[in-house]
Design a protein around this ligand. Structure first.
Ligand SMILES: *Cc1c(COP(=O)(O)O)cnc(C)c1O
Length: 354
């Protein structure tokens, strides 16, 4: 039986995408060859790469606005240092909203000065700091749009006087944002876009070329742009499957249409968390993530019963991250609302049993 998959990452992909990707592994579009056994310089693969890059810009509404989309390797974690290498000359401002932000700060500090414009670390990151200032003489401002572990999400983005860089790993393509506010957007594919192995990086070209350091080729955005995201052999399966997911998203009506679905799922999930006296939400209400709902079960004695019921209902991967505890329901684009209904049903059944 197919499970209700609430995994935080790598996470659920649309069944159509999984089927098409698996067919491509055996025989790509009737070519008699697998997508895994053709040259990345062949027309078939160059078309896949170009299509994926174009779809990413189209779905973000960034076509013709001076941006380039890249599919790189090394995960979002490599972007933590790549951003600093390419942009950090003197000082950068970071908003510290979770352990991913903290990791980004740690890497940037290797290269130069980092100032935390705001932090919610002392509250175990259960809210998003607001009213912070971004100094205009800094090189860039970095933030994390959705804090996968804590279940908080930035609802508003500042009008930054300097390039705004955002780690959107866990909510890219999930809601309408004015993406043209950002200098760089990056996202590991494995949360909301595809399999692990590639990272989407969307770069506004005119923010590059301003640092004096020498940048190793593999770390240089400019080189990846000039080579059409093919400086070295790209992760072909991850790019192909991400392209299929982006095609799927476009067929659903794009980001605006999926946002409506995501809102419905989140409303259903949070109303159960709020109304059911057995559960308590972790994140501050105004900052709650539409992608990752974090909550705890108040009565530890019910833990075993709850977890057995979840298992019986085919609900998978709602265990919370070790730094928060409790439970986390990740509701990425591909998760059907019926899965949320199934989870909510188990939660209310537990209430009636207790
Ligand atoms: C998962 C995640 C990362 C880490 O991504 P990797 O691809 O494993 O390096 C970074 N930032 C956020 C917000 C994430 O959710």
């Amino acid at each position: 039986m197919k499970k209700h998959n609430f995994s935080a990452g790598p996470s659920i992909l649309p069944p159509e995408v999984l089927l098409k990707a698996s067919q491509g592994v055996v025989d790509l579009d009737g070519s008699g060859l697998s997508v895994l056994e053709i040259s990345h310089r062949s027309k078939a693969f160059v078309d896949i790469m170009e299509n994926a890059r174009a779809l990413a810009l189209e779905l973000l509404g960034l076509e013709g606005k001076g941006y380039k989309a890249l599919f790189l390797q090394g995960g979002a974690s490599t972007q933590f240092l790549m951003v600093a290498l390419n942009l950090l000359e003197k000082r950068a401002g970071y908003l510290n909203t979770g352990s991913w932000s903290a990791k980004a700060i740690k890497e940037a500090k290797i290269y130069d000065d980092v100032y935390e414009v705001g932090s919610s670390q002392s509250a175990n990151y259960n809210y998003i700091p607001k009213g912070f200032e971004i100094p205009e003489n800094y090189d860039y401002f970095h933030c994390t749009s959705n804090n996968t572990i804590y279940g908080t999400q930035m609802k508003k983005f500042p009008n930054s006087p300097i390039p705004m860089i955002c780690d959107m790993s866990s909510d890219i393509f999930s809601r309408v944002i004015d993406f043209s506010k950002f200098g760089i957007i990056y996202a590991g594919a494995q949360k909301n876009m595809g399999p692990a192995g590639t990272t989407l990086v969307v770069v506004k070209e005119d923010i590059l070329g301003k640092v004096s350091r020498k940048i190793p080729s593999m770390m240089d955005y400019k080189i990846h742009i000039d080579k059409g995201s093919m400086f070295n052999t790209p992760p072909v399966f991850a790019v192909y499957t991400s392209m299929l997911t982006l095609e799927w998203l476009k067929a659903q009506g794009g980001v605006a249409a999926i946002e409506k679905e995501n809102e419905k799922k989140a409303r259903l999930m949070y109303s159960e968390i709020d109304l059911n006296p057995l559960f308590k939400g972790f994140a501050a209400k105004e900052d709650r993530s539409q992608m990752n709902a974090t909550f705890t079960l108040e009565n530890e004695n019910l833990k075993e019963t709850f977890e057995t019921m979840l298992k019986e209902a085919g609900i998978s991967a709602v265990n919370g991250h070790r730094s928060v505890g409790g439970y986390r329901a990740s509701m990425y684009n591909a998760l059907p609302i019926d899965s949320v209904k199934a989870l909510v049903e188990v939660m209310s059944e537990l209430e009636s049993k207790a």
